[in-house]
Structures are given as structure tokens and as C-alpha cells.
Design a protein around this ligand. Structure first.
Ligand SMILES: [Zn+2]
Length: 279
């Protein structure tokens, strides 16, 4: 708990405060044995050549013209992949034909959870980086930060045949060293503290159906124990579709709004706007 508080103190000490953060437990996973994680690279890597070409044709990024005039939101999920809640979110995406984005933790990628990433990618969902160990990167040196990013990017590439386009900092904790070392746009989002178990399904549904707005990045978690978010998404998606929302990937969200997200300016995006904030 002390660590949890310390991390939040670090978050709030930064200039890039956001309305919500990725504040789930400091290490979100049971963690794989190092040797099991190491094996993934080889196992997953062998399937890339057979699957990536076919999936890429499915994973079409819609253009600004195709999304013109639509109310767009990007549902994003942190802390997977896993075969439980991640799979449920993908089922919902498949059922409604919608796209969402996953920010995966490298050390969570196993042969089994990699299959979830491939399923998501084949539906047009986007796979982005949420670091390798889910550490508070403000405590890491430059080389370690680069290594976290490199390992996760390679695992994502080996699994779906495409490198990540965006980075979500663990705990939304950022500093200048991170901005210098990481050449991807930083993404936060608006959330409802859905890593806290006492936030009920009803509250999550209310947040999703009443608070989401055009151009917004919605920050949720597909941690393996987060059934409440899976249920909330299941209930909220048809309501949001009824409200006229188009569910897009983070890449498509920026394209739809004509924004080129910066990976050099110290911006962390909650919305697809020039400033990253609601305008
Ligand atoms: Zn996280």
C-alpha cells in the first residue's frame, strides 16, 4: 500500500496530471517465470510469417474521410493480455464488429495470451505497449526504459506482425527521461478507476454511457481478475452504438480528428486534439 501511495504521489507530482490513471496493483500480474517468458519469443516468433500478411489485410485503419462526421471514441484496455477478461473483451468486439485497443504488458505475453492478441488483431483491434514489467518508469534509468520498450515492441511484432504505435506509461507516471527515451506518443485517457474492485458494474456502465464524448480515449483495464469491466463493456457497447458512437482504434481516433500525435513534445493524450486535452 505504501508503494501504491508513493506511485500516486509521483503521478500527481508530474505536470501531466490526468483525470484517471492506471493505478492497479504495482505489479499487475502473477508474473511469469523468466524462463517461460523467454520461451515466448521463440514460440510466438515462428508463427509470424504465416499469419501477419493475412491479418494485415483485415486490420485496415479507416481514414479520416471514412470517419468524417462520426462521433468517435477509442476504448483502450491495459494490463493484458490474458485468456480471461481479454478474451471476453475480444468476444464483445467481435459480436458488435467494433474496434478497441489493447496496451499490453510484455511479461504477460505467453503462448496462450498471444493467441488473444492475434484474435484481437484479426478483428482490426490495435496492440500497443504498456511496458514490459509494468514498473513505475520514473524510477528507471534510460537504458532500462529503452530495454522495457524494445522487448515489448519485439514481442508485439513477433505476435501480430506490427510494431506498437502508442505507449501508455504504467500508473500514468512520466518524466523527461521517459519522453527522451520513448519514441511513441504517450496515451492516457479518461477512466473510472476500474482497477478498484469497489467500483461497481453499474458505476462503470454509467461512466461509459454518460461521460464519454467525441474524440475521447477511454482508459479501462483487462486485467485477468477484472470481470466487472468486461460486464460493464458488455452492457455499455450497445447503448453507445445507439447513441451514435463509432468505436475506433487509437490510430483511427487521431486520423478521424486530423491530428498527428507527437512523440517528441511532452504531451500525454486524453483526447485526439493538438494539446491532448479536451478543447
Ligand atoms: Zn497498467
Amino acid at each position: 500500500m505504501a508503494r501504491y501511495k508513493k506511485l500516486f504521489a509521483a503521478v500527481f507530482a508530474t505536470a501531466a496530471i490526468t483525470l484517471s490513471g492506471c493505478g492497479n496493483s504495482p505489479v499487475p500480474t502473477d508474473g511469469l517465470p523468466a524462463e517461460a517468458t523467454g520461451a515466448v519469443t521463440t514460440t510466438v516468433g515462428t508463427t509470424t510469417a504465416e499469419t501477419s500478411a493475412e491479418e494485415k489485410t483485415v486490420n485496415k485503419v479507416r481514414t479520416a474521410e471514412e470517419l468524417a462526421g462520426k462521433k468517435v471514441i477509442a476504448l483502450t484496455f491495459d494490463d493484458g493480455p490474458n485468456t480471461g477478461v481479454t478474451g471476453e473483451i475480444i468476444d464483445i468486439a467481435g459480436q458488435y464488429g467494433i474496434k478497441v485497443s489493447f496496451f499490453v504488458v510484455g511479461q504477460e505475453i505467453t503462448p496462450e495470451s498471444a493467441e488473444m492478441m492475434k484474435r484481437a488483431y484479426s478483428l482490426g483491434c490495435e496492440i500497443n505497449s504498456h511496458s514490459y514489467t509494468h514498473s513505475d518508469m520514473t524510477t528507471l534509468d534510460a537504458d532500462t526504459i529503452k530495454e522495457e520498450m524494445r522487448k515489448t515492441a519485439e514481442l508485439i511484432y513477433d505476435t501480430v506482425g506490427e510494431y506498437p504505435h502508442f505507449f501508455r506509461p504504467p500508473y500514468i507516471s512520466v518524466n523527461s527521461t521517459m519522453y527522451e527515451c520513448i519514441d511513441l506518443p504517450f496515451i492516457s485517457g479518461i477512466g473510472c478507476n476500474d482497477w478498484e474492485d469497489d467500483v461497481s458494474v453499474e458505476k462503470r456502465v454509467r461512466f461509459l454511457t454518460q461521460k464519454c464524448s467525441d474524440g475521447e480515449i477511454v482508459l479501462l483495464h483487462d486485467q485477468k481478475t477484472n470481470e466487472k469491466t468486461a460486464e460493464a463493456v458488455r452492457q455499455a457497447v450497445p447503448v453507445l452504438l445507439e447513441q451514435g458512437f463509432e468505436f475506433v482504434t487509437v490510430s483511427e481516433l487521431f486520423a478521424a480528428k486530423g491530428i498527428t500525435p507527437s512523440s517528441t513534445d511532452e504531451i500525454i493524450y486524453n483526447f485526439a486534439t493538438v494539446s491532448g486535452q479536451k478543447e
